[in-house]
Ligand binder design. Structure first.
Ligand SMILES: [Zn+2]
Length: 154
C-alpha cells in the first residue's frame, strides 16, 4: 500500500474521531461460570453472562483496545487477567469522548470484583467492570461507533 504525503495532511475522519476519544468500553461474555485470579485483588467467581469493562486511554486508544483483543501478552492490568481465561471473550467495543468514570457510572450492573480497574479512580466508581446479567446486552453507550469483533464470535 502506498503512503502519500497528502494522507498526512488531511486526516481521515476515522482518525479524527479516535483522537477525540477518551475512553472505551469492552462488551465481554463469560461463557460458563469460572474462577479467575485477578492479580492482587484475589480470586473471584464470575457468573456466566454479559459484562462491560470501561477503560481510558488518551492516546492510541485503538492500540489499547487491540491489545485487549490479543490473547498473548503479559498480564498487567486487571482486565488482562479476566481476558486471559478461555471462558471469556470480547464481543465488541465502543469508543467514547466522555471520561471513563462517566461512561462507567451510566452502565448499570453489579460489581463482582471491587476495585477492578479502578484502583486509581477518584470518582468512587467502586469497579470499572460491571456484570450486566445472564441475558444479552441490548445496547451500549455510543452504539453507532461500536465495532463487532470479528473472529471472536462463536
Ligand atoms: Zn471510575
Amino acid at each position: 500500500m502506498m503512503v502519500t504525503i497528502t494522507s498526512t495532511i488531511s486526516l481521515p475522519q476515522q482518525v479524527e474521531e479516535n483522537m477525540r476519544s477518551k475512553s472505551y468500553q469492552l462488551h465481554i461474555r463469560v461463557k460458563t461460570p469460572v474462577m479467575i485470579a485477578i492479580g492482587k485483588l484475589g480470586t473471584f467467581e464470575f457468573p456466566a453472562g454479559e459484562y462491560v469493562y470501561t477503560g481510558s486511554g488518551k492516546r492510541n486508544i485503538e492500540e489499547r483496545v487491540s491489545r485487549h483483543l490479543s490473547r498473548s501478552k503479559l498480564l498487567r492490568w486487571h482486565i488482562d487477567y479476566l481476558l486471559s481465561s478461555p471462558e471469556v471473550q470480547v464481543i465488541s467495543y465502543a469508543l467514547s469522548e466522555k471520561p471513563e468514570c462517566d461512561s462507567n457510572r451510566k452502565t448499570a450492573g453489579d460489581v463482582i470484583v471491587p476495585r477492578f480497574g479502578s484502583t486509581d479512580c477518584r470518582s468512587g466508581c467502586g469497579s470499572h467492570l460491571k456484570f450486566i446479567g445472564p441475558k444479552e446486552l441490548s445496547g451500549m453507550d455510543q452504539a453507532p461507533r461500536s465495532r463487532t469483533v470479528s473472529g471472536h464470535r462463536q
